[in-house]
Design a protein around this ligand. Structure first.
Ligand SMILES: C[S@@+](CC[C@H](N)C(=O)[O-])C[C@H]1O[C@@H](n2cnc3c(N)ncnc32)[C@H](O)[C@@H]1O
Length: 283
């Protein structure tokens, strides 16, 4: 029978051989996940025998990781803010930098009694669920063009005990009522350029949905489309919050100004000091 220590060594060796960056960390995580043990327990019980069934399960995870499948898809969850989100190949894995967008939306919501808010491109629902958790009185609509993503988002709301989010399938604003407008519009749209997309790491390119990533030849297609309609959808005194990609904040601010109806209020940097969130208001 295999032991914990033996499997750690074997898994690490395999992942190292295929050139993964953190073979030991990934192996510890996958073995821990297979055996329902934390890292400390793995190292304090090196000689613990592992059943054939658990060994097979661990091997199946290692083979998925060996072809670059993200750990979050293998494990099926990702932590975001103080919640756990179910993830699968229909949804982008929530990124830590997106937490800044949610924090800013929560801070701005304090200026409203019960803000009417919209999350455009909700994906796993991470923004919508964390926002609604912090601002339960908000009247929140979350849309995505992908029905499969919406199914996951709905599950995530339930799994985190959040109710009252109006999840709707919509190509941006298209399925909303003509007169529906909002105090807050939040979006982390697809913003990777076609060129960047081609050069993405296999971990992202082969597994995460292209629909969630590609923002057209200059990466700005969604900002353009959203800004075309946002002034009419934003209430007086309302705010539009965008997550933006590396070096896009300046261009997105210019696009905001050129609507003639919106003004950039603030640009927020992430922990890597990259300009990550652009906030605009109605003039
Ligand atoms: C960058 S992901 C963001 C997902 C999630 N909000 C997050 O921050 O992790 C962009 C999302 O926009 C959705 N999307 C792409 N095109 C769309 C469209 N035309 N209308 C609505 N949603 C769209 C994708 O399916 C994807 O879920």
């Amino acid at each position: 029978m295999k032991t914990v220590q033996g499997l750690l060594k074997e898994g690490t060796g395999l992942l190292k051989e295929v050139g993964l960056k953190n073979p030991a960390r990934d192996t510890e995580l996958l073995l821990g996940y297979s055996l329902e043990l934390n890292k400390l327990s793995l190292y304090t019980s090196p000689n613990k025998p592992v059943s054939a069934e658990k060994t097979a399960l661990f091997y199946s995870y290692i083979s998925r990781r060996a072809v670059n499948e993200p750990l979050s898809y293998i494990i099926g969850t990702k932590e975001f803010m103080d919640c756990t989100f179910l993830v699968n190949r229909n949804v982008l894995i929530p990124r830590p930098e997106t937490e800044h967008l949610v924090e800013e939306a929560i801070a701005l919501s304090k200026g409203f009694l019960a803000p009417v808010a919209l999350d455009l491109g909700t994906g796993s629902g991470c923004i919508a669920v964390c926002f609604k958790k912090a601002v339960p009185q908000a009247q929140l609509t979350a849309v995505d063009v992908s029905e499969a993503a919406l199914m996951t988002a709905r599950k995530n709301a339930r799994a985190n005990n959040i109710s009252g989010i109006n999840f709707r399938r919509s190509d941006l604003f298209s399925a909303l009522e003509e007169n529906e407008d909002f105090d807050l519009i939040v979006s982390n749209p697809p913003y990777i350029t076609t060129e960047e997309y081609a050069a993405l790491l296999p971990e992202t390119k082969l597994f995460e949905p292209e629909l969630a990533l590609q923002g057209g030849s200059d990466g700005l297609e969604f900002y353009r489309k959203i800004l075309f309609e946002a002034p009419a959808r934003l209430r007086q005194g309302g705010f539009l919050l965008f997550e933006v990609g590396y070096r896009q904040a300046g261009q997105v601010s210019d696009m905001i100004e050129s609507t003639g109806k919106l003004k950039t209020q603030k640009v927020v940097r992430d922990l890597a000091y990259i300009e990550r969130v652009v906030i605009a208001s109605r003039i």
